[in-house]
Structures are given as C-alpha cells and as structure tokens.
Design a protein around this ligand. Structure first.
Ligand SMILES: C[S@@+](CC[C@H](N)C(=O)[O-])C[C@H]1O[C@@H](n2cnc3c(N)ncnc32)[C@H](O)[C@@H]1O
Length: 694
C-alpha cells in the first residue's frame, strides 16, 4: 500500500478492514506513524484472537535490548504518594514542613489543611500522614512508567481547562454553587474552576488512580498557599471507581443549588478495554438498553466516557445547572442519538470543537459537550456545533428532524425530499473470513494465495474481487485480486464442489483447518467453506459500489471481466444490474450533487463506517432522477468514457425513468433483517445483521 502512495485515510480503512482492536485515536496514530516508519516483521505480533496475551510474559521478562521494543510495564511496586509529590514545588514542600511538620496526629493536620485549602479529610488515616511527613524530608524523584491506556487517560492541560472555565463563567454566565468532577485526574478542571467560578460552595470529585488523587490534593494546596485570599469551597475528593460510586449522599445536599458537572471522562471504548483484558467497565454493560441482537452484533460498542456522561445526566439533569464535559465527537453523536430514548430534560446543547492535536497530541475529533438542565422547559434533541475559540459562530446543527437523525439540519432541510426509500436494495459484498485461502493474486497467469503458494485450480468458481481501497476510480474493468466463491446463495450445500471441481475441492479440504478457525458464530453449523453476503445479486454483471469506510461519497461503476461478474468484499456496498444502461444512469445519479448533498446531511463522517446499508437505503433515487436532466447525467459520464455512451442514449434514459418510477418497492421492500424463503432461520437473520455491522 505504501508503495502505491496510500494516504492516511487508506491506511485507516485498511486497519479497520483487518478488524484491528483499536479505536480511532490509535488507528490515526498508526496511520500517521506507518508511512514515516514502515513496519518490519516484528518480535511481537498482535492478533485479534488475543493469543498475544499469552506472549506478554515473554516481552515483560525480556532481558536483552531488542530494537523497537520499549519496556513500558515495570513490575516494580511504585508508591502513589511518592509519584505524586514529585510534581509539587520545593517552596510548597518547605511550606508544608513548616505547617504540619511538627504535628503528630493526622486529624490535627487535616484541620490545618482544611482551613488552608478547603479539602475535607486530606489524610484518611495516620499512616498516610506519617508517610507524607517522611516524604517531605528529602526530595524524592521517582520514574513513573505505567500503561494508563485502559483508563482513557488524556489529562487536560491547564491552558484548555482555564479557557473552558472562563468561557463558562464570562460568556455563558454559568455560576454554580456545586461542582461535580466525576474523573478528576490531575485536577486541572478543579484548579481552573477554583480560579474562575467564585460562587462555588462545594466540590465533589472522584478519581480511580491514587497517584492523581494525591497530586490533585497537592496542587490544590499549592494553589491556596499561593493565593491565600481565594475563596475556599468545601472540597470532597474521593479515591473511588466511578462505576461503583454511590451518589446518594451528594444528591441529598444539592437540592435547590446550581450544579455544574465538569470534566473530561476517559477516552477509551469498551471493546478496546476487552482487548486489554481490563475490568474498567460499568457493571451494567447494557446501559444503552440495546436489544439482544444489537448487543450481539456490535452496536454494544461504546466509549466509557459516553457511559459516564449518561450517568451524570441521569443523576443531575433533574436539578438546576449545566453539564460541560470534553468528549469525542462520536460520543456526542451517540448521546444526541439516544436522547429521545433517554428523555433527559436538557436543552441548549452545543458541541464546541477543540484542537485535540494541540491539547492532547492525538488525531481524533473531540469537543466540549455543553448543555443546560431544564427540568421544566421543552427538551431538545439537536446539537449546535461551533468551535471553542469562537463559540457564537455556529457552523452546523445535527440531531433529530422528526423521526430522522441527520448530521446537518440546514442541508438536510434543503434535500429532505430525497430522503426516503431506495427503489433498489443495497447489498454488502462477500464475507468469508479466510482471506489467506480464499483471496488470490494472479501473477504471471497463475493464481497465488495469501500463503504465497502457487495454485492450479479450476477457474469456474474464481471471480475478480474489488475491495474498498480499489473503489477510488470511477470505472473499474479489471480487478486487483480474485476470490473463490463456493456458494450461490447463503447456506447452499457445498458438496457439489468435490465432483465438479476436484482440484479446488482438494485445495479447500487441505486448508479446512483455517476455515474451522473462523471465530464468527455465523459459520457455526453451516456447510463447509461457507461464505456470506452472497445471492443472485452477486452475479449481476454490472455493479455500482461504494466503500463503507471512506469519507468521500464516491460511487464506482464495475464492469464484468471477460463476461464474468466482479465480486466486492464486505467492506463495500453495491447495487447489481443486468442492464449496462441502467447501471450507468444509477451511477450518474448517485454521483450527482443532489445525492452528494443528501449524504453530506445524513452521514456522520467520524463513524468507523460512515456509509452503511441503512444510510444508502435512504436515497430516493427515483426522486433524484426526476429532478436531474439527461444532459446533466451525460455530461458526468462523457468525460470518463465515450465508448460506453452508446448505452446511455436519451431514449434509454426515458425507458429508465419509466422503469424507476414503476419500481414501487413499498410493500415488497425487504426489511434489513431480510429473510428469504431459503434463509428462514433466526440464525441467518443474525448472520445478515452481523455481516452488516462487522
Ligand atoms: C481523560 S482523563 C481526564 C482527567 C481529568 N478530568 C482532566 O480533565 O484532566 C480521564 C481520567 O479518568 C480516570 N478514570 C478512568 N477510569 C475511571 C473510573 N472507573 N473511575 C474514576 N476515574 C476513572 C483516569 O484515571 C483519568 O484520570
């Protein structure tokens, strides 16, 4: 790919295609790194099947230096308070020595520190107090090397927390009595709030990591030592897991007060935690009330930050106040998507984009999600989007328009008439999960498989294959790869292969163990060498296809190779046609401005797979066809291929228009859980849905 000038988007699409267990932050980091530093065959391989966990020990215990391996896991016990104290200034140490150095009991020290900083219960016991006294004597410098990925640990820099707090106070008039920070980390939001929100009476904050818990205490102490006249609210810092924390007591004390929920919850997905074997998850995993099918098929993948924001809304939106939390844009989209279901009484919802590269050195779209709790007023299900540096310049608004969820309400309203039901059924390409055996290259007229073995096979069941990364060209006549198609429809018996294609059968049997290793449940109890995403539509000669992964709404026309239809893989969606003129006209309509605008209004580009079957099924091709002229259609095509133009005459356009208008799919529109007569089991419905979502 690199030799073919693959760009960052190509690499992300490829990694997504390979089901790398990583979220967009990691994917983007890899995609930036790979061209600069092309990978070589490595010492440690990572597999989705997670066998690599077994290999961890070998790396941790590695004695010699191996180029490229950086030890990040240290078995040495480290001390949280010791780690935290290295961040405080020597003047603060001197000050503390003076104030509490001579005290003998922790409760006495707690009272001194409470008066000084507002922090309630600085030391939870005598041991902690004595430990600090010991640490205050000589300066300790320890090296902290710990992998904090599972905690979604992206500490917000002061520059940003100060900016956010002064924006809330000065521009938005937010003036809370009570502040809640559910995952306070090193406490930068707390420090900025103490400086910018002068009416604060109480702060409640929770953090799971003890080093940060201590660091924050020291930072707050330092703040008040330097600013003794700053107003001191009562500060309750809890070293606890937000997923186990009981907010009951806090709730009792906030009735009638103005609340601000502020912070930056972890940036990590539950599936990534799964791959890290982490337990940092809510107990009730199905908090989004997914049905069984959605949970099985992957809609259950969520960011734990999303869970924490929902938790906060659930508890606090019934009081007066606001919520302002940093979150990935994909999380904000999900929050708005679920609003009608959750029905929280919130209003004035905005997402203020932040520069994540500058503040966190990551490439992922994220914003400050802000809303007002309005227990009595009308709720709203849309979110305005602008930038944190100019919050009043609204760039976009997304959310629910009636019963449709759209990414740009203004553009959507202009194109609303094209949002309906597609007269054709969009299909997903072939899924086999055995690319080493099923996908072939044609080198010097010989098929070569993914194990680099040259093969001598009957050609009948071998078809050209187009993948997402090939869908850059407008017209595709020649495939880059080939694929073995063992079935004509899902569930078809495959024993016929042994009689009709003995060489191919021998090849498949020899590699049967690789088919049996396929993890997905959809292959269970199915004929040998089963594939999915296959049906009559796969064998239509002409296809119009789009990649599910790419950001551009770009549709390609795929022509048969030597009379044989070309297949697509399961990262692509397509329509199949037996008439070339129909395929050309549909291709031209799909690439028209109307469709481009509609898609730009309903597609969320930050999604892993922006274009899905659900989205494509919404394009009313018949309505777009009515509003487009033949000359426009032809002008698009002319520049590409003059030869094919004989198939796209004005007469054929008229016939096409009649046909498309007659295609009244309502009534016989198959649902997305389509069950045909041949596929009448629930397991196949599940399989189709799994195919859709994987
Ligand atoms: C994205 S950081 C942000 C920290 C801080 N709010 C800030 O803005 O700098 C997320 C924090 O959540 C903490 N965290 C992760 N899982 C947690 C849990 N289950 N309970 C409480 N805190 C957690 C992490 O240790 C980390 O400090």
């Amino acid at each position: 790919m690199l030799q073919n000038n693959a760009n960052q988007e190509d690499i992300v699409a490829y990694l997504t295609d390979r089901n790398l267990p990583a979220d967009e932050i990691i994917m983007n980091r890899l995609a930036e790194e790979i061209p600069k530093n092309p990978p070589e065959q490595g010492f440690l391989t990572v597999s989705n099947a997670l066998q690599w966990r077994l290999q961890y020990g070998r790396i941790v215990e590695l004695k010699e230096d191996v180029d490229g391996i950086i030890p990040i896991v240290s078995k040495k016990a480290y001390d949280n308070m010791k780690n935290a104290i290295k961040y405080i200034q020597s003047t603060t140490i001197d000050f503390l020595n003076k104030k509490i150095g001579e005290i003998t009991h922790y409760q006495e020290a707690n009272e001194v520190l409470r008066l000084l900083s507002g922090i309630d219960t600085f030391f939870r016991n005598q041991n902690e107090f004595l430990k600090l006294l010991k640490l205050l004597k000589p300066r300790f410098m320890v090296c902290e090397k710990t992998d904090r990925r599972e905690y979604g640990d992206f500490q917000t820099p002061y520059e940003l927390t100060h900016y956010i707090c002064s924006y809330l106070a000065d521009d938005e008039g937010v003036s809370p009595d009570i502040l809640i920070e559910p995952t306070f980390g090193r406490g930068s939001f707390l420090i900025s709030a103490l400086k910018n929100l002068p009416k604060l009476e109480k702060i409640y904050a929770i953090e799971i990591y003890e080093t940060y818990y201590w660091q924050t205490k020291f930072f707050i102490l330092e703040l008040f030592i330097r600013n003794p006249n700053l107003r001191k609210p009562s500060i309750f810092l809890y070293l606890n897991d937000i997923f186990k924390f009981n907010f009951g007591e806090i709730e009792k004390s906030i009735e009638g007060y103005n609340v601000l929920v502020l912070g930056n919850p972890p940036w990590v997905t539950n599936s990534e935690l799964g791959s890290l074997n982490s337990k940092n998850l809510p107990r009730k995993n199905n908090f989004k009330l997914l049905n069984g099918l959605e949970a099985i098929t992957g809609k259950g993948n969520f960011d734990i930050g999303e869970y924490i924001i929902l938790l906060m809304l659930n508890i606090f939106s019934k009081y007066n106040g606001h919520l302002a939390m940093l979150a990935k844009n994909s999380v904000i989209k999900n929050l708005i998507y679920d609003l009608p279901k959750t029905n929280y009484k919130i209003n004035d919802i905005v997402a203020l984009n932040i520069d994540t590269k500058k503040h966190f050195d990551v490439s992922v779209d994220a914003s400050l999600f802000k809303c007002t709790f309005k227990p009595t007023n009308k709720v709203s299900f849309t979110c305005k989007v602008s930038s944190i540096v100019s919050p009043t310049a609204i760039e976009n608004e997304f959310g629910w328009v009636g019963n449709k969820f759209v990414s740009n309400i203004t553009i959507y309203k202009r194109n609303i008439k094209y949002d309906g039901i597609s007269p054709y059924i969009w299909r997903q390409g072939v899924k086999h999960d055995c690319s080493k055996i099923m996908e072939l290259d044609l080198i010097n007229n010989k098929y070569v498989n993914g194990l680099k073995r040259e093969l001598d096979l009957e050609k009948k069941l071998i078809y050209g294959l187009v993948k997402s990364s090939d869908l850059n060209s407008p017209i595709i006549r020649k495939p880059r790869k080939y694929v073995i198609i063992t079935q004509k429809r899902i569930g078809e018996d495959t024993t016929y292969i042994s009689d009709k294609f003995p060489k191919l059968y021998q090849y498949l049997i020899k590699n049967n163990h690789l088919f049996e290793q396929r993890k997905s449940n959809i292959y269970k109890n199915k004929p040998a060498f089963s594939i999915f995403g296959i049906g009559d539509y796969s064998f239509e000669p002409y296809k119009v296809a789009i990649s599910g992964f790419y950001k551009r709404p770009h549709f390609s026309l795929i022509l048969p190779e030597n009379g044989k239809p070309i297949m697509l893989d399961d990262t692509c969606y397509f329509l199949g046609f037996d008439s070339l003129s129909e395929a050309i006209f549909v291709w031209a309509i799909l690439n028209s401005e109307c469709v481009e605008e509609l898609l730009s209004a309903i597609v969320f580009l930050e999604a892993k797979r922006p274009y899905t079957k659900d989205i494509l099924m919404r394009i009313s091709l018949d309505k777009v066809a009515k509003d487009i002229t033949y000359d426009k259609v032809i002008s698009q095509f002319k520049s590409l291929d003059k030869e094919l133009l004989v198939n796209a005459t004005k007469d054929k356009w008229k016939v096409f228009l009649e046909k498309i208008n007659k295609r009244n799919l309502e009534g016989r529109q198959l649902s997305l859980f389509e069950i045909t007569t041949n596929q009448n089991s629930l397991s196949l419905a599940l399989a189709n849905k799994a195919l859709e979502l994987t």
